[in-house]
Design a protein around this ligand. Structure first.
Ligand SMILES: *Cc1c(COP(=O)(O)O)cnc(C)c1O
Length: 386
């Protein structure tokens, strides 16, 4: 595509990788539901495709678009966020290598590192990434990756991406950023020095809670080529229909994200004013310890809000008392969700260094009418603390 004409985020999200179909003119890339492709002679591929694990046109459309919206050289789509993470680890690490992970990493990431990668030989250290001295102190000669989430799940901690990129590169390691919570609309880690961005496209990019997927985007074409080799060799690819749904979601990411942020801000403000709520964790609040860094590296503060009720019983009751906020795991869809991380998404971290507080409630604030969301939460808090 002509870069001089199309440069804005929404323009890229709607058009990058999605030229109208050459044979039919279809404006939307078709779902190429095929496993294989006719060759015009032995080894003579018509459009570069031979087998859909190695490549599929619907997946290519998504992969090109993901690379463009993240400002990267190469995008790769996977069957899930965890499949993307696993592929990345196998491509970059060998047994004996060391990885620094966030002190409050996503539970599934922590499980992948400790239960799957550790028995294979990877050594990992959870470190609070907001503390740069702690990160520097944890670096070893065999450190290959500093793995970052910002904002973190579920505590909404903020890490300084540009500073961590310097620490990683001084150590000869790569900076990998799980950008699921912010989405490329709010934060582009590759422009701040990161080497790889990872996504659970299940969340904001897909945006409609109707498909599971993952992605990797690399700053360099060379690393992208290496990861593409592992993507095909390991086989955790996204199917054509899932790619099509994800691409359709990506087109509206910008407008959805604006509303997620506006609604989350209103929810965080309301919660801050309730005396039954002990504390509110939202990087948009001026008193949040990461507010300054978030304001510097993010366009806005996202749609996730967590809060602490002071007791586990009350937190559980709030989760069970909302009518509009649906009790469920996952996040990033148009509908609002509520959950109790200690017993749901982060139950597998119980007893580990990543255990989350029992009185914590996590909200994925959707894009419904904000007055309805506020009324639902206020009523639930009143009912739960009566
Ligand atoms: C959901 C999630 C993942 C895992 O992605 P899946 O698509 O569920 O495999 C990784 N990181 C974060 C921050 C997530 O929220």
């Amino acid at each position: 595509m002509d870069k001089d004409v199309h440069q804005g985020f929404e323009t890229l999200a709607i058009h990058a990788g999605q030229e109208p179909d050459l044979t039919t003119g279809a404006v939307v890339p078709p779902i190429h539901q095929t496993s294989t492709y006719k060759q015009d002679g032995v080894g003579l591929l018509r459009a570069g495709y031979e087998y859909s694990r190695a490549g599929n046109p619907t997946r290519t459309a998504l992969e090109v678009c993901l690379a463009e919206v993240e400002g990267g050289a190469r995008g790769l789509a996977f069957a899930s966020g965890l499949a993307a993470e696993d592929t990345l680890l196998r491509a970059l690490c060998r047994p004996g290598d060391h990885v620094i992970i966030p002190g409050d990493a996503y539970g599934g990431t922590y499980r992948l590192f400790t239960k799957v990668a550790e028995p294979w030989g990877l050594v990992q250290d959870p470190v609070p990434l907001g503390d740069l001295d702690a990160v520097r102190a944890a670096v070893r000669p065999e450190t290959k990756i500093i793995w970052v989430e910002t904002p973190t799940n579920p505590l909404l901690g903020i890490a300084d991406l540009a500073a961590l990129a310097s620490v990683a590169h001084e150590a000869g390691a790569l900076l990998v950023v799980d950008n699921t919570f912010a989405s490329p609309y709010l934060q582009r880690p590759l422009t701040l020095g990161a080497d790889v961005v990872m996504h659970s496209t299940t969340k904001y990019i897909g945006g409609h809670s109707d498909t599971v997927g993952g992605a990797l985007v690399t700053a360099s074409a060379e690393l992208g080529e290496r990861l593409a080799y592992y993507q095909n060799a390991m086989g955790g690819v996204a199917g054509p229909f899932d790619c099509w749904l994800t691409l359709r979601g990506l087109k509206t990411l910008g407008v959805r994200m604006d509303r997620h942020c506006a609604n989350a801000t209103a929810v965080a403000d309301m919660l801050s004013g309730r005396e039954e709520v002990r504390s509110v964790l939202y990087p948009g609040l001026p008193e949040h310890p990461g507010h300054g860094i978030a304001a510097k590296q993010m366009k806005a503060f996202g749609g996730m809000v967590s809060f602490r009720m002071g007791s586990e019983e009350e937190a559980v009751r709030v989760c069970e008392s909302t009518k509009l906020f649906i009790l469920g795991e996952s996040l990033g869809g148009v509908e609002s969700l509520i959950e109790h991380p200690g017993r749901m998404t982060h139950a597998s971290a119980k007893g580990s260094p990543l255990e989350v507080p029992g009185d914590l409630v996590r909200l994925s604030v959707g894009i419904e009418d904000v007055d309805d969301l506020l009324r639902d939460l206020e009523r639930a808090i009143t009912a739960a603390t009566r």
